[in-house]
Design a protein around this ligand. Structure first.
Ligand code: KG4
Ligand code: ZN
Length: 333
């Protein structure tokens, strides 16, 4: 079964063709980062307009690259939320039009479920139960998945999502937008123990909070500047990153142990982070846990993960009606 996936929840117009929920035939991305860079963040109206311009050519390109045609599409999967409403609507309208014209099923996908299903691509099926840590520009959450489609929220961020914090700190030290990947690169030549930034303690053990850390970084830089010197950006980046990642890894490992699961599944843009991948890998090994991480290009937003998640829901007989709309705050749990 060949599923065409569409993802337009934020600032990437993504279209993919995935066979049997596993084999990626094409997985294309048109990034709008250049559009939003000068504002230091995604501008919703600009994003929607750019999706509108890109979506049809992207669908045609994805089909061509998959060496197929409209007639070769068996179903259409599309992100219906969470995300920017105007941006989501562009993808949903395109998906509906295609499904209707071709007479094939339509399936709406939760973007966060998509990030989990990125792990099901190009490898053997992932088996529940597992604990999943989803960490992106909009979300930081730990969920227990005892069986397919059963999500128990263990904890989430009380303020900034991790990607958002990476982007803000990166911007503060002059790294552009989105800053996460640039900060990651810079940190690789820094000393993670140069500055001891605070690790937040939350009332609920699996919640996260990053606003204090963000403030600590700003304070540290200002104090240094007041004394007439500029802190070393590499050390600042590495020390900030370490403070974020250390807490994430500790909580994820504890959650897996608490729930008595043997598998940890990561998803979301921040999982592209080199240090998070490395430290989670070390700790999982030490605690005898299996760790599944998508390759970096499947961690950040893409449409293959949407096609994959859609395929699995279609395979159990689910269909989405054509009355479906965008839900900007669609919950996973
Ligand atoms: O999942 P995603 O592509 O979009 C959302 O659903 O939000 O995540 C994007 C976020 C951005 O904040 C970006 O800076 C961050 O993921 N990110 C990273 C890295 N690559 C992307 N953060 C830290 N290190 C990275 N290597
Ligand atoms: Zn995402």
């Amino acid at each position: 079964m060949r599923v065409l996936g569409i993802e337009t929840s934020c600032d990437e117009t993504a279209v993919a063709v995935v066979e049997d929920g596993r084999r990626i035939r094409s997985n294309l991305l048109s990034s709008q980062a250049h559009l939003h860079e000068r504002f230091g963040g995604v501008v919703p109206e600009e994003a929607a307009r750019a999706h509108l311009e890109a979506i049809n050519p992207m669908i045609e390109l994805a089909l061509r690259e998959a060496d197929t045609t409209f007639a070769g599409v068996d179903a259409v999967a599309v992100t219906v939320g969470p995300g920017l409403v105007g941006a989501l609507l562009v993808g949903i309208a395109a998906a509906k039009a295609m499904a209707l014209a071709l007479g094939v099923p339509l399936i709406g996908v939760n973007h966060l479920e998509g990030h989990i299903y990125a792990n099901f691509l190009e490898r053997d099926p992932v088996e529940e139960p597992f604990v999943s840590f989803i960490v992106s520009g909009g979300h930081t959450m730990l969920v227990h998945v005892p069986q397919p489609y059963s999500y128990e929220l263990l904890g989430q961020t009380l303020d900034d999502a991790a990607g958002e914090a990476f982007d803000k700190v990166a911007r503060f030290i002059g790294l552009g937008f989105p800053g996460g990947p640039a900060l990651d690169r810079l940190a690789q030549s820094g000393n993670a123990h140069a500055i001891r930034f605070p690790r937040a303690v939350t009332e609920h053990v699996y919640d996260f909070s990053l606003s204090g850390l963000k403030t600590a970084v700003v304070r540290y830089v200002r104090a240094a500047r007041d004394k007439g010197h500029e802190p070393l950006a590499e050390d600042l980046a590495a020390s900030f990153q370490e403070a974020v990642v250390e807490v994430q890894v500790d909580k994820t490992i504890s959650a897996a142990q608490d729930k008595g699961v043997r598998t940890i599944v990561l998803g979301g843009g921040v999982v592209a982070n080199t240090r998070l991948r490395a430290l989670m890998g070390e700790q999982a090994k030490e605690h005898g846990l299996d760790l599944l991480i998508p390759p970096p290009e499947l961690c950040t937003d893409n449409a293959a993960m949407i096609a994959c998640a859609g395929y699995h829901r279609l395979a159990r007989g689910e269909r989405t009606g054509f009355e479906v709309g965008a839900d900007p705050s669609l919950p996973l749990v």
